[in-house]
Design a protein around this ligand. Structure first.
Ligand code: TRP
Length: 336
């Protein structure tokens, strides 16, 4: 019923795994869009820690990464007064609904997931049931909150489509329980590429540390990495074919300063790459500085951080539980 109510804002949900520090690419391409969505949508954002254990995690490090990811979401400007921020494992309904949905997900469907095939190849010694069933848990994350849109990167589109199939299957078996979300690929933010091999996407798992900017990189590191960024021999700050390196730097500069590409060409007309790289480095350092300051503040107050997690988890569970109960009741479970 609540979905037919036209006065409410559309709902959005997305999650991020706590696997290492996000890159500038994750921020400019996705996370920053989450911040912008907060006014237009009723937002649910979660740290998907249950998904992270499909590959081995070292417990002490894992605990730290979960806290850090939650603090980072706050630091980039997600506001717990406006949006519901929580940690997936702290909301028991996720694992519960995941089981119900797993029983409505076919082996053949899961076998076709490209992320499963990739990860199974990368971690050939640990192709566990969780890795295979990952999309059923993701479907639970989504369907519990009845979102209208699920902003994800292109790599997650297949999982959102499977979520729709599972939700529709469930609804047609038991009656309307789930809202089927739109498979929203975010109105793309900047597509940030590797600073060393600009034909490739910027990735935090790149072996070459100079290829990516981590959101934790200090200004000196940022400047050094941009100074070493791969460009070309043309010495013209202009956007064009065969100029992947410069195109990438221009896009990063544009995303950090709000300046359009042609304005950037004009600004650096007749100036060398050295000047330009310095300007890009400074723009990025300026973008990261306030995030890093807030991150340090949130990490310094563990009691506050835990209280915010608890508040988010309780609110999320209230919403999620309602959907879970409804699904269980429709399936014939005895609700007490
Ligand atoms: N699988 C997503 C990723 O790795 C993270 C994720 C988990 C997610 N649950 C989700 C994204 C629900 C969107 C909605 O990026």
């Amino acid at each position: 019923m609540e979905n037919q109510n036209t006065v409410r804002k559309p709902r959005a949900l997305s999650c991020i795994q706590p696997s290492g520090v996000p890159t500038l690419g994750n921020y400019l391409g996705a996370l920053r869009n989450w911040v912008d969505m907060q006014d237009e949508y009723e937002c649910f954002f979660a740290v998907a820690d249950l998904h992270a254990i499909t590959v081995r995690q070292e417990p002490a490090k894992f605990r730290q990464q979960i806290r850090e990811m939650f603090a980072l979401l706050l630091a980039i400007g997600l506001n717990p007064e406006k949006s519901l921020l929580f940690v997936q494992s702290q909301v028991p309904s996720h694992a519960q609904l995941a089981w119900l949905l797993a029983c409505h997900t076919q082996y053949g469907e899961l076998s076709r997931m490209t992320q499963f095939k990739d990860k199974a190849q990368k971690h050939a010694d640990n192709i566990n049931l969780g890795l295979f069933a990952y999309p059923s848990l993701m479907a639970a994350d989504i369907l519990l909150y009845r979102p209208d849109v699920v902003p994800v990167g292109a790599d997650q589109k297949q999982h959102v489509e499977l979520t729709r199939d599972i939700g529709e299957r469930f609804n047609s078996l038991y009656g309307d329980v789930f809202v089927i979300p739109e498979p929203t690929i975010m109105k793309t933010g900047a597509r940030v590429r590797s600073l060393q091999e600009p034909a490739r996407k910027m990735s935090k798992s790149d072996e070459n540390q100079n290829a990516f900017i981590s959101l934790k990189d200090d200004p000196d590191t940022v400047m050094r990495k941009f100074r070493r960024a791969v460009t070309d021999s043309e010495a013209c700050v202009c956007y064009g074919e065969g100029k992947d390196g410069i195109n990438n730097l221009m896009e990063i500069y544009s995303a950090c300063t709000g300046k359009p590409l042609d304005g950037i060409e004009a600004e650096f007309d007749g100036r060398g790459y050295g000047d330009f790289k310095t300007a890009v480095g400074e723009a990025v350092a300026d973008t990261l500085r306030p995030i890093q300051e807030r991150f340090r503040e949130f990490m310094a107050d563990k009691a506050q951080l835990d209280a915010l997690m608890k508040q988010g988890a309780e609110r999320a569970e209230t919403v999620a539980r309602r959907t879970l109960d409804k699904a269980m009741k429709k399936m014939g479970f005895v609700i007490i």
